[in-house]
Design a protein around this ligand. Structure first.
Ligand SMILES: [Zn+2]
Length: 280
Protein backbone atom coordinates (compact mmCIF):
# COMPACT_ATOMS: atom_id res chain seq x y z
CA UNK A 1 0.00 0.00 0.00
CA UNK A 2 1.40 3.39 -1.00
CA UNK A 3 1.83 5.93 1.80
CA UNK A 4 0.73 9.55 1.39
CA UNK A 5 3.57 12.04 0.92
CA UNK A 6 3.07 13.45 4.41
CA UNK A 7 2.82 10.06 6.15
CA UNK A 8 5.74 10.65 8.51
CA UNK A 9 4.49 14.12 9.35
CA UNK A 10 1.12 12.66 10.29
CA UNK A 11 2.80 9.98 12.39
CA UNK A 12 4.93 12.53 14.22
CA UNK A 13 2.03 14.21 16.02
CA UNK A 14 2.40 14.21 19.82
CA UNK A 15 0.80 11.47 21.92
CA UNK A 16 -1.73 12.92 24.32
CA UNK A 17 -2.87 11.05 27.44
CA UNK A 18 -6.61 10.59 26.87
CA UNK A 19 -7.60 10.89 30.52
CA UNK A 20 -5.06 12.92 32.52
CA UNK A 21 -5.65 11.92 36.17
CA UNK A 22 -4.59 15.20 37.80
CA UNK A 23 -8.21 16.01 38.64
CA UNK A 24 -9.22 12.44 39.54
CA UNK A 25 -10.43 12.26 43.18
CA UNK A 26 -7.63 10.51 45.07
CA UNK A 27 -7.99 7.87 47.79
CA UNK A 28 -6.63 8.74 51.23
CA UNK A 29 -3.80 6.18 51.16
CA UNK A 30 -2.41 7.33 54.53
CA UNK A 31 -5.78 6.60 56.14
CA UNK A 32 -5.96 3.19 54.42
CA UNK A 33 -2.41 2.38 55.55
CA UNK A 34 -3.33 3.20 59.15
CA UNK A 35 -6.54 1.18 58.90
CA UNK A 36 -4.80 -1.85 57.41
CA UNK A 37 -2.51 -2.04 60.45
CA UNK A 38 -5.62 -2.93 62.51
CA UNK A 39 -7.12 -5.63 60.25
CA UNK A 40 -8.72 -8.77 61.63
CA UNK A 41 -9.83 -11.59 59.35
CA UNK A 42 -13.57 -12.15 59.58
CA UNK A 43 -14.08 -14.68 56.79
CA UNK A 44 -12.07 -16.95 54.52
CA UNK A 45 -13.14 -18.59 51.30
CA UNK A 46 -11.06 -21.17 49.45
CA UNK A 47 -11.74 -21.16 45.71
CA UNK A 48 -11.08 -24.63 44.26
CA UNK A 49 -8.94 -24.95 41.10
CA UNK A 50 -10.90 -24.57 37.83
CA UNK A 51 -13.91 -23.26 39.71
CA UNK A 52 -15.23 -20.02 41.22
CA UNK A 53 -16.92 -18.91 44.41
CA UNK A 54 -18.81 -15.80 45.37
CA UNK A 55 -18.08 -13.64 48.43
CA UNK A 56 -19.45 -10.49 50.05
CA UNK A 57 -17.49 -7.57 51.44
CA UNK A 58 -19.22 -4.79 53.42
CA UNK A 59 -18.20 -1.23 52.59
CA UNK A 60 -15.34 -0.14 54.83
CA UNK A 61 -13.86 -3.65 55.00
CA UNK A 62 -10.84 -4.94 53.11
CA UNK A 63 -10.44 -8.11 51.08
CA UNK A 64 -7.39 -10.04 49.97
CA UNK A 65 -6.86 -12.58 47.23
CA UNK A 66 -4.07 -14.82 48.43
CA UNK A 67 -1.90 -17.29 46.52
CA UNK A 68 -1.76 -20.65 48.31
CA UNK A 69 -0.15 -23.94 47.31
CA UNK A 70 1.19 -22.76 43.94
CA UNK A 71 1.18 -20.10 41.19
CA UNK A 72 -2.38 -19.45 40.08
CA UNK A 73 -4.20 -16.70 38.19
CA UNK A 74 -7.60 -15.44 39.37
CA UNK A 75 -10.39 -13.79 37.38
CA UNK A 76 -12.32 -11.29 39.49
CA UNK A 77 -15.83 -9.88 38.97
CA UNK A 78 -17.35 -7.27 41.30
CA UNK A 79 -20.89 -5.98 41.66
CA UNK A 80 -22.59 -3.51 43.95
CA UNK A 81 -24.33 -5.78 46.49
CA UNK A 82 -27.73 -4.12 46.17
CA UNK A 83 -27.66 -3.48 42.42
CA UNK A 84 -26.01 -6.00 40.10
CA UNK A 85 -26.35 -3.50 37.23
CA UNK A 86 -23.53 -1.55 38.84
CA UNK A 87 -20.49 -3.67 38.09
CA UNK A 88 -16.77 -3.38 37.56
CA UNK A 89 -15.93 -1.42 34.41
CA UNK A 90 -12.67 -2.88 33.16
CA UNK A 91 -12.50 -0.62 30.09
CA UNK A 92 -12.78 2.71 31.91
CA UNK A 93 -10.49 1.49 34.69
CA UNK A 94 -7.93 0.77 31.94
CA UNK A 95 -8.49 4.18 30.34
CA UNK A 96 -7.92 5.91 33.68
CA UNK A 97 -5.16 3.84 35.26
CA UNK A 98 -3.45 2.01 32.39
CA UNK A 99 -3.23 -1.58 31.23
CA UNK A 100 -2.34 -3.02 34.67
CA UNK A 101 -3.46 -1.80 38.09
CA UNK A 102 -1.34 -1.31 41.21
CA UNK A 103 -1.50 0.05 44.75
CA UNK A 104 -3.51 3.30 44.87
CA UNK A 105 -5.47 2.50 41.70
CA UNK A 106 -9.19 1.96 41.88
CA UNK A 107 -11.66 -0.40 40.28
CA UNK A 108 -14.39 1.81 38.76
CA UNK A 109 -18.03 0.89 38.23
CA UNK A 110 -20.07 0.86 35.05
CA UNK A 111 -22.09 3.76 33.63
CA UNK A 112 -24.24 5.52 34.71
CA UNK A 113 -22.64 5.09 38.15
CA UNK A 114 -18.92 5.49 37.62
CA UNK A 115 -17.62 5.44 41.15
CA UNK A 116 -14.73 3.63 42.78
CA UNK A 117 -15.90 0.20 43.94
CA UNK A 118 -12.58 -0.77 45.50
CA UNK A 119 -9.17 0.79 46.04
CA UNK A 120 -6.03 -1.34 45.85
CA UNK A 121 -4.36 -0.92 49.24
CA UNK A 122 -1.50 -3.44 48.95
CA UNK A 123 0.15 -5.69 46.37
CA UNK A 124 3.06 -7.98 47.21
CA UNK A 125 3.86 -8.19 43.47
CA UNK A 126 4.27 -4.42 43.18
CA UNK A 127 8.02 -4.99 42.71
CA UNK A 128 7.48 -6.63 39.28
CA UNK A 129 6.81 -3.46 37.31
CA UNK A 130 7.03 -3.99 33.55
CA UNK A 131 9.51 -6.59 32.27
CA UNK A 132 11.60 -6.70 29.09
CA UNK A 133 8.62 -8.08 27.12
CA UNK A 134 6.46 -5.15 28.29
CA UNK A 135 4.43 -7.47 30.54
CA UNK A 136 2.96 -6.40 33.86
CA UNK A 137 0.74 -7.95 36.56
CA UNK A 138 -3.01 -7.61 37.27
CA UNK A 139 -4.24 -6.53 33.83
CA UNK A 140 -7.48 -4.92 32.76
CA UNK A 141 -6.86 -5.70 29.07
CA UNK A 142 -7.97 -9.34 28.89
CA UNK A 143 -11.61 -10.34 29.23
CA UNK A 144 -11.86 -13.84 30.77
CA UNK A 145 -11.54 -17.26 29.17
CA UNK A 146 -14.95 -18.37 27.93
CA UNK A 147 -16.52 -21.40 26.21
CA UNK A 148 -17.68 -19.38 23.19
CA UNK A 149 -14.21 -18.29 22.12
CA UNK A 150 -12.92 -21.75 23.01
CA UNK A 151 -15.49 -23.36 20.70
CA UNK A 152 -14.76 -20.80 17.98
CA UNK A 153 -11.06 -21.60 18.02
CA UNK A 154 -10.96 -25.30 18.95
CA UNK A 155 -14.42 -26.63 18.16
CA UNK A 156 -14.71 -28.32 21.54
CA UNK A 157 -16.83 -27.54 24.59
CA UNK A 158 -15.05 -26.82 27.87
CA UNK A 159 -17.23 -26.04 30.89
CA UNK A 160 -14.66 -24.71 33.38
CA UNK A 161 -13.62 -21.49 31.66
CA UNK A 162 -13.64 -18.48 34.02
CA UNK A 163 -16.77 -17.13 32.32
CA UNK A 164 -18.74 -20.30 33.16
CA UNK A 165 -17.20 -20.58 36.63
CA UNK A 166 -18.20 -16.98 37.43
CA UNK A 167 -21.74 -17.51 36.08
CA UNK A 168 -22.25 -20.62 38.22
CA UNK A 169 -20.82 -18.87 41.30
CA UNK A 170 -23.13 -15.86 40.96
CA UNK A 171 -26.12 -18.10 40.23
CA UNK A 172 -25.49 -20.08 43.41
CA UNK A 173 -24.95 -16.95 45.51
CA UNK A 174 -28.04 -15.14 44.25
CA UNK A 175 -30.40 -18.07 43.72
CA UNK A 176 -30.79 -17.31 40.02
CA UNK A 177 -30.49 -19.48 36.94
CA UNK A 178 -27.07 -19.78 35.37
CA UNK A 179 -28.28 -18.19 32.11
CA UNK A 180 -29.54 -15.14 33.98
CA UNK A 181 -26.36 -14.99 36.05
CA UNK A 182 -24.27 -15.22 32.87
CA UNK A 183 -25.64 -11.87 31.71
CA UNK A 184 -24.10 -10.22 34.77
CA UNK A 185 -20.63 -11.66 34.17
CA UNK A 186 -18.29 -9.00 32.83
CA UNK A 187 -14.70 -8.30 31.85
CA UNK A 188 -12.47 -9.15 34.78
CA UNK A 189 -9.50 -7.96 36.71
CA UNK A 190 -6.88 -10.59 35.88
CA UNK A 191 -5.40 -11.09 39.33
CA UNK A 192 -1.74 -12.23 39.35
CA UNK A 193 -1.80 -12.71 35.55
CA UNK A 194 1.35 -11.58 33.70
CA UNK A 195 0.37 -10.09 30.37
CA UNK A 196 1.12 -7.54 27.70
CA UNK A 197 0.92 -6.90 23.97
CA UNK A 198 3.49 -8.35 21.57
CA UNK A 199 5.74 -5.70 20.06
CA UNK A 200 5.32 -6.84 16.44
CA UNK A 201 1.61 -7.71 16.10
CA UNK A 202 0.28 -6.01 19.27
CA UNK A 203 -1.52 -9.20 20.28
CA UNK A 204 -2.49 -9.97 23.85
CA UNK A 205 0.06 -12.36 25.35
CA UNK A 206 0.53 -14.11 28.68
CA UNK A 207 3.55 -15.56 30.42
CA UNK A 208 3.95 -17.60 33.60
CA UNK A 209 2.78 -15.59 36.60
CA UNK A 210 5.52 -14.67 39.09
CA UNK A 211 3.04 -15.13 41.98
CA UNK A 212 4.13 -17.51 44.74
CA UNK A 213 2.30 -18.87 47.79
CA UNK A 214 1.95 -16.10 50.36
CA UNK A 215 1.63 -13.33 47.78
CA UNK A 216 -1.58 -11.36 47.89
CA UNK A 217 -3.43 -8.41 46.43
CA UNK A 218 -5.56 -6.34 48.83
CA UNK A 219 -8.47 -3.98 48.26
CA UNK A 220 -10.50 -1.58 50.37
CA UNK A 221 -14.23 -1.97 49.61
CA UNK A 222 -15.70 1.48 48.94
CA UNK A 223 -19.20 -0.01 48.48
CA UNK A 224 -21.05 -3.06 49.76
CA UNK A 225 -19.71 -5.58 47.27
CA UNK A 226 -20.51 -8.99 45.90
CA UNK A 227 -17.49 -10.55 44.25
CA UNK A 228 -16.82 -13.75 42.37
CA UNK A 229 -13.36 -15.17 41.85
CA UNK A 230 -12.44 -17.92 39.39
CA UNK A 231 -9.23 -19.93 39.75
CA UNK A 232 -8.49 -19.92 36.00
CA UNK A 233 -8.05 -23.29 34.26
CA UNK A 234 -4.87 -21.75 32.83
CA UNK A 235 -3.17 -22.14 36.25
CA UNK A 236 -0.18 -19.77 36.17
CA UNK A 237 -1.13 -19.02 32.54
CA UNK A 238 2.37 -19.89 31.40
CA UNK A 239 1.28 -22.13 28.52
CA UNK A 240 -2.40 -22.77 27.89
CA UNK A 241 -5.93 -22.23 29.19
CA UNK A 242 -9.53 -23.35 28.52
CA UNK A 243 -8.66 -27.01 29.12
CA UNK A 244 -7.63 -29.44 31.87
CA UNK A 245 -3.99 -29.42 30.70
CA UNK A 246 -2.47 -26.76 32.98
CA UNK A 247 -1.60 -27.46 36.63
CA UNK A 248 -4.04 -25.46 38.78
CA UNK A 249 -4.14 -24.42 42.42
CA UNK A 250 -6.75 -23.00 44.77
CA UNK A 251 -6.90 -19.33 45.74
CA UNK A 252 -7.92 -17.91 49.12
CA UNK A 253 -10.15 -14.91 49.67
CA UNK A 254 -9.90 -13.17 53.04
CA UNK A 255 -12.39 -10.54 54.21
CA UNK A 256 -10.85 -8.29 56.85
CA UNK A 257 -12.34 -5.71 59.20
CA UNK A 258 -10.36 -2.69 60.43
CA UNK A 259 -10.68 -1.27 63.95
CA UNK A 260 -13.74 0.98 64.19
CA UNK A 261 -12.53 4.57 64.10
CA UNK A 262 -9.43 3.86 62.01
CA UNK A 263 -11.21 5.11 58.87
CA UNK A 264 -11.60 8.69 60.22
CA UNK A 265 -14.51 10.30 58.40
CA UNK A 266 -14.50 8.11 55.30
CA UNK A 267 -17.88 7.81 53.53
CA UNK A 268 -18.82 5.61 50.56
CA UNK A 269 -18.51 7.42 47.21
CA UNK A 270 -21.68 8.93 45.76
CA UNK A 271 -22.73 8.02 42.20
CA UNK A 272 -21.94 10.45 39.42
CA UNK A 273 -24.00 13.65 39.66
CA UNK A 274 -24.35 13.87 35.87
CA UNK A 275 -28.14 14.44 35.38
CA UNK A 276 -28.44 11.93 32.51
CA UNK A 277 -30.28 14.34 30.25
CA UNK A 278 -27.77 13.64 27.48
CA UNK A 279 -28.55 17.08 26.10
CA UNK A 280 -32.27 16.48 25.66
ZN1 LIG B 1 -9.64 -18.06 32.86
Amino acid sequence: MREPADANERRAKPAIVVYPTGTLPQPDMAMLERARQTLRTVREVIVPPRDALSFEVPAGHFFRIVSIEGPQVGDLNLWSADNLDERFFSGKTRALHGTHVGTGDRLWSSLPYLRPMATMSHDTLGWYGFDADGAGIHDVIGTRCDPYTSRLLSGGDYHHCCHSNLARALAAARGMGVREAEMHVHDVLNVFMCTGFTRDTHQYFMKASPVRPGDYIEFFAELDLVGALSACPGGDCGATHSSDVAVCHPLKIEVLRPEPGSLADWTPPAPSTYPRTHGL
